[in-house]
Design a protein around this ligand. Sequence first.
Ligand code: ZN
Length: 136
Amino acid sequence: MAYCWCYEANTEHSKASQTDSRNLPSAFPDDEACLEYLKEKRYPGGITYCAKCQQDRKHHRVTGRPAYACDYCGSMISPMAGTIFEKSSTSLRLWFYAMYLMGSTRCGISAKQIQRETGVTYKTRGACSSRFARFS
Ligand SMILES: [Zn+2]
C-alpha cells in the first residue's frame, strides 16, 4: 500500500479546518506519538504477524528504540523500516512537521523552505517524488 504524505496532510488539514502548523505539536507531542501514528498507518490495528515465528504474535514496544518486538522471540519490527525515517537521525517529530508543511502547501513548499523551518534536509527532487512520499 502506498500513499502520499502530502495527501494525508491535506486531509488532516481540511478536517481540522483552521488549523496551522502550530497545531502540529499538540497532535504529535513527541517522537513517541509520531511512531504510534506511523505504526497505525503501516499496521492498522497493531503489529500482529511475526516473520520469524511465521505466525501471529503479540508485540510490545521496545524501550529506547523506535521499534516493536515479538513477545515470543523478541524479533523486532520498526514502523520506520523501508521509509525515509529509517536511516535518519532527525527526530520523527521534525519530519512530521516538515511533511505537515509540505502537505499544507500542497507540495508547493521547497526543500529550502523545509530546511529553514525545521532544519531537516533531504535529497530528493520534490515533495511528491516516490521515495519521499510513499510507503510500500
Ligand atoms: Zn516472533
